[in-house]
Ligand binder design. Structure first.
Ligand code: SF4
Length: 381
């Protein structure tokens, strides 16, 4: 799985900078800190600078090219030696010399983060960026304003709880972020119950907030114990909730029991695009909820429509096609997928126009899909 990364749940890792400050008990044996010290970098702590990684931008371009060539989506973990949502910190080069304002293009980590958000993410459609942070309350502070309304489909926001207390706190903070979300429950230090109610006056549980769960115990000389029953609990709860589950390790020494050797990933857009029609039929039956963000009819009599849609297939939030015809905009009230009497699947989209306040129903059946998963709509009411 990991081509350039030793981390099993990603294809690649990339770091905009090195350095961080410890946040909670999960950081006690931070491997990144140990590694940075070993190579002589003094870059950990609130009073220390961060080391800029200059070649990361060419790496992103290379990752994108490779994934595009293979017509795949590759996961990129950003980053293993940093926390991307840390507050802006001053930058130094690999010898510890500071980059200063006015003399260098970049002199703090916030500038690197902005460049990544504004230049790399939009230009990397074949990469799925996994932005893992122990500071999820900072995400909305630092992402581009436009992402709050329209989160990029090639970014997953993640956080790392290690105990029930950190799970309750960090997952609630993560849930404030619009977009795909995941957990890396690592290094897990005690039993965590993700079926715990979220303290937000709804009946949702913690697991309802995320689209993927990675779990693992600690490795290394100072590893703390992991109970495989903690793994079974998350495995079973993820199954109940239909959330993909990835069990990474007990401690990298002990063999993973067969019943825990589950390594699921959220489905990627390209994987969906590559599905054959017959496979699509099976997938469609699993389709639970579709949210069309905007729908534009080509003309009043047309039987076709193009749209911008977000639809959820096996945990994947996917994109539709946006028409540039401006005349008829509809807002969606409800979407459902149902099975017809002949066994075929259909998606029914209930919409109302924002100009005429009229409800229409669009039925979409299997035959309306072509091999590339473009959809055609038929106005039936
Ligand atoms: S947040 Fe991550 S990189 Fe930073 S100290 Fe903790 S474990 Fe290390």
């Amino acid at each position: 799985m990991a081509e350039n990364s030793k981390i099993e749940w990603t294809h690649h890792t990339a770091n905009l900078w090195w350095g961080c400050t410890k946040v909670h008990a999960g950081c006690d044996n931070c491997y990144a800190l140990t590694f940075a010290k070993r190579v002589g970098n003094d870059i950990w702590g609130n009073d220390k600078p961060r080391r800029m990684i200059k070649d990361v931008w060419s790496k992103f371009r290379k990752f994108q090219k490779e994934a595009e060539k293979q017509n795949e989506v590759h996961r990129v973990f950003v980053g293993s030696m940093m926390d991307i949502f840390e507050k802006p910190m001053p930058l130094v080069d690999h010898d510890g010399n500071p980059y200063s304002e006015g003399e260098s293009e970049f002199w703090n980590t916030g500038q690197l983060r902005d460049k990544f958000f504004n230049e790399v993410v939009p230009n990397s459609p074949n990469l799925m960026f996994l932005l893992l942070t122990k500071r999820p309350s900072n995400i909305n502070k630092y992402i581009p304003e436009s992402w709050k309304e329209n989160p990029p489909k090639n970014v997953m926001f993640g956080t790392s709880p290690v105990s029930q207390e950190t799970a309750n706190k960090l997952i609630l903070q993560l849930s404030e972020v619009n977009g795909l979300r995941f957990l890396s429950v690592e290094p897990q230090l005690e039993k965590i119950d993700l079926m715990t109610m979220v303290n937000d006056e709804t009946d949702r549980v913690l697991l309802d907030m995320v689209d993927w769960v990675i779990q693992g115990g600690e490795s290394g000389h100072h590893r703390r114990p992991f109970d495989t029953d903690w793994g079974r609990l998350l495995r079973d709860d993820c199954k109940k909730k239909g959330v993909p589950f990835f069990f990474k390790q007990i401690d990298k020494k002990l063999e993973i029991p067969q019943d825990l050797l589950i390594r699921e990933f959220p489905t990627t857009k390209t994987e969906i695009l590559n599905l054959k029609k017959t496979e699509m039929k099976t997938k469609m039956k699993k389709l639970k909820c579709v949210t069309v963000e905007e729908l534009r009819v080509i003309n009043d009599n047309s039987t076709k429509a193009k749209f911008s849609a977000t639809y959820d297939i096996d945990g994947l939030i996917n994109d539709g096609i946006l028409s540039d015809i401006p005349d008829f905009a509809y807002s969606v009230q409800l979407c459902m997928v149902h099975e017809n009497q002949d066994g075929s699947s259909a998606m029914r989209v209930y919409v109302s126009t924002n100009t005429r306040f009229k409800s229409i129903i669009l039925d979409m059946t299997e035959k309306d899909y072509d091999g590339l998963f473009k959809m055609k709509f038929r106005v039936v009411a």
